[in-house]
Design a protein around this ligand. Structure first.
Ligand SMILES: O=C(O)c1ccccc1N[C@@H]1O[C@H](COP(=O)(O)O)[C@@H](O)[C@H]1O
Length: 153
């Protein structure tokens, strides 16, 4: 996952670990997403922060140049990070919406709410970070197992 990363920073990560996809979580433009996709030859997943229905307007601009979308909550005011804030958004905003690329739901998901989130949003898949952590940045295997079990229903 990258937040407004330079080409050099991405190349350094790829030299250390092979990635299947570039998750862009910052303020990358469609042009930047297209350039990264071409430069690294990897599929690109663009994260879009959603607060209101109008935030889906960005989908049209990105759809021709990305392979996946990730719908996350808009960061709360004053948040240091553009994602990973354990913040949910209104899942109903996705219900029945036609998204022209494969997509994942994210934002404040936990074992306790993921089944309802999937049902409400009609999400084909989910992504999670803080909801499976026992402390900031420390993933917990038991929380991951519980999350997967709950997500599978
Ligand atoms: O997880 C992080 O630390 C992170 C940092 C900066 C940007 C995004 C980050 N994570 C991504 O944010 C979403 C939602 O996370 P959460 O479940 O609400 O904590 C998720 O896609 C993470 O990949």
């Amino acid at each position: 996952m990258f937040v407004d990363a330079t080409d050099d920073a991405i190349a350094a990560v790829l030299a250390a670990v092979p990635l299947d996809i570039l998750q862009l979580q910052g303020a990358e433009t469609p042009e930047r997403a297209a350039a990264l996709r071409a430069r690294f030859g990897l599929p690109v997943m663009k994260a879009l922060g959603i607060g209101v229905a109008e935030d889906f307007a960005a989908v049209d601009a990105f759809a021709p140049v990305v392979d996946w979308f990730l719908f996350d909550a808009k960061p709360p005011p004053g948040a240091a990070l553009p994602g990973g804030n354990a913040a949910p958004f209104e899942w109903r905003l996705l219900a029945g919406r036609v998204i022209p690329k494969p997509w994942l739901l994210a934002g404040g998901l936990t074992a306790a709410n993921v089944a309802e989130a999937i049902r409400t949003a009609g999400a084909p898949g989910v992504d999670v970070s803080s909801g499976v952590e026992r402390a900031r940045g420390v993933k917990d295997p038991a929380l991951i197992r519980a999350f997967i079990t709950a997500a599978r229903g």
